[in-house]
Write a protein that binds this ligand. Structure first.
Ligand SMILES: C[S@@+](CC[C@H](N)C(=O)[O-])C[C@H]1O[C@@H](n2cnc3c(N)ncnc32)[C@H](O)[C@@H]1O
Length: 278
């Protein structure tokens, strides 16, 4: 393949991605090319887009992308914290801001903590923490059996010791924890239908829709949280942009006196931290 052929292919694919309104066409192109390369030749070789089969794999991947499928679903994984997590349509794609929860948990100097991750999805939070702190006892739950399947697969692949529980929030949880963490669904129902097509089509509504004001799940968790926390226990939840005051009031109404809000790396107030109400 000559340099001109290569440039033509790159130009053609990138143009299509630009016309499709994709915000990062060049990086999308590179990731699809890498994926096509690995799927047929292994990591160290180079794809030859003149080759009929190589070309077919790449074109199919590009077509999926042009239909709005997330790159993570095409290539099969999404990076979070220090690992690659398998993702599919049954789980939320882990988002970088959620890594702040891992960071917060790791700041706790206690050598041995029991931790519950409510609504684990891919397992990204629970697994990342378990890999960093093998002496912690990490539990993870989800109402979706499909999500539990994905999370178990990720835990096994990455060698993380996590105990999985199928549960509607606390319904099947029968012990207490030093820490409870969660990134619950918090998108307002009417905003769900305004989300980008790639999210609406390819990510589960169950993972996103937080009801009329976006705080239904946060409310359900807050109502029961206290009885599942050990003395001096802490809970950290991700919340939506602009939900701070509503969430603070909601926790106050459930009797929590200390409700702290902290920011993500873009200085947006995205997390609530509460202590067990003694
Ligand atoms: C926003 S996703 C978070 C996934 C993952 N923890 C992350 O941060 O990427 C919310 C998760 O909560 C789960 N979920 C929704 N309703 C639930 C319920 N009633 N009980 C338990 N889990 C629930 C969804 O299946 C989904 O996996």
């Amino acid at each position: 393949m000559t340099v001109n052929d290569k440039n033509h292919t790159l130009g053609h694919a990138v143009n299509k991605l630009v016309q499709g309104g994709f915000r990062t066409p060049l990086s999308d192109y590179r990731r699809l090319l890498n994926y096509s390369n690995r799927s047929r030749h292994g990591i160290d070789s180079h794809i030859d887009l003149e080759d009929k089969y190589d070309r077919q794999i790449f074109d199919f991947a590009l077509r999926r992308r042009l239909l709005q499928e997330p790159i993570s679903h095409i290539v099969g994984y999404r990076e979070f914290w220090k690992s690659k997590f398998f993702v599919n349509q049954t789980v939320l794609d882990p988002r970088p801001e959620t890594e702040q929860i891992v960071e917060r948990v790791l700041k706790d100097p206690s050598p041995k903590l029991s931790i519950l991750d409510l609504g684990t999805g891919t397992g990204c939070l629970a697994i990342s923490i378990a890999l960093e702190k093998p002496s912690h006892r990490v539990f993870a739950s989800d109402i979706s059996l499909d999500a539990i399947k994905v999370a178990k697969f990720n835990a096994k692949r990455l060698g993380a010791g996590v105990n999985f529980i199928h549960s509607d929030w606390f319904a099947n949880i029968n012990r207490t924890f030093d820490m409870i963490i969660s990134n619950p669904p918090y998108v307002r129902t009417r905003d769900f239908f305004r989300l980008p097509l790639n999210i609406q089509r390819f990510e589960p509504r169950l993972a996103l829709d937080g009801g009329k004001f976006g705080v239904d799940c946060i409310n359900q968790i807050a109502r029961k949280l206290n009885q599942y926390l050990n003395p001096a226990g802490t809970a950290i939840l991700e919340i939506g942009i602009g939900q701070k005051e509503m969430v603070r009031k909601l926790f106050n109404s459930h009797g929590y006196k200390q409700v702290d809000i902290f920011m993500d790396l873009e200085r947006k107030e995205r997390f609530v931290c509460v202590k067990k109400d003694a």
